[in-house]
Design a protein around this ligand. Sequence first.
Ligand code: ADP
Ligand code: MG
Length: 250
Amino acid sequence: MVVAVDVHKHFGPLHALQGVSLEIPRGEVLCIIGPSGSGKSTFLRCINQLERIDAGAIWVDGELAGFRRDGDALYELTDAEVARQRLASGMVFQRFNLFAHMTALENIIEGPVTVQKRAKKEASAEALALLERVGLADKRNAYPSELSGGQQQRIAIARALAMKPKLMLFDEPTSALDPELVGEVLAVMRHLATTGMTMIVVTHELGFAREVANRVVFMDRGRIVEVGPPREVLVDPREQRTRDFIAAVL
Ligand code: ADP
Ligand code: MG
């Protein structure tokens, strides 16, 4: 579903991604862990083209990010074409970013109706099914300010799913939540994992990573230090840097 080859990203003098290569098969749940500033968010943002990479290449479901192939020639995509390509992935951020002036249901149908030009009635029916799935059908007419952080984040997940993405990217989706609200969001993600959705999850929730991830990546200073099954990376890591990080987080 995702192939990243030798990806580099600079912010001025800062070399934020220093040759990241990774293949993520369809249906995999991959958790990315690592210290603050190690490039986890930047990597996710490059996968869905919120950032442009400086070198290397990323394919999402067979499409080369940022380019269109025509015979042997490669053409750089326009901003509008990049926006279309970006729809392959749904992204959920630490902050819920719901539209404050729209109800839960309106938030969910906004993308399908305005971006995908789908009929409002059909989009609403699907949104209701998604609200059921995240356990919030009774909150369809609630505004974000009337919802807890955990409920808002579940709506944000439903909103991303409404666009029918091929993969879902989560950037520390529970980090901004009060501890008692973390579980309900992880439960929705755990259920999503059972549906076969390809998921890349940046998280400090090592318990979730251990139970749900097929593989765990440990990043540090713009590089992948270690990647493997959770029981290896989280329980018996090869690299000292991974050991130190896990000891510090636990
Ligand atoms: P993580 O998500 O692992 O905490 P980030 O990917 O957010 O790390 O950041 C990696 C490095 O790139 C950090 O040093 C951060 O300050 C820097 N960085 C991220 N985004 C920008 C930006 N838009 N402009 C300048 N520096 C950035
Ligand atoms: Mg981050």
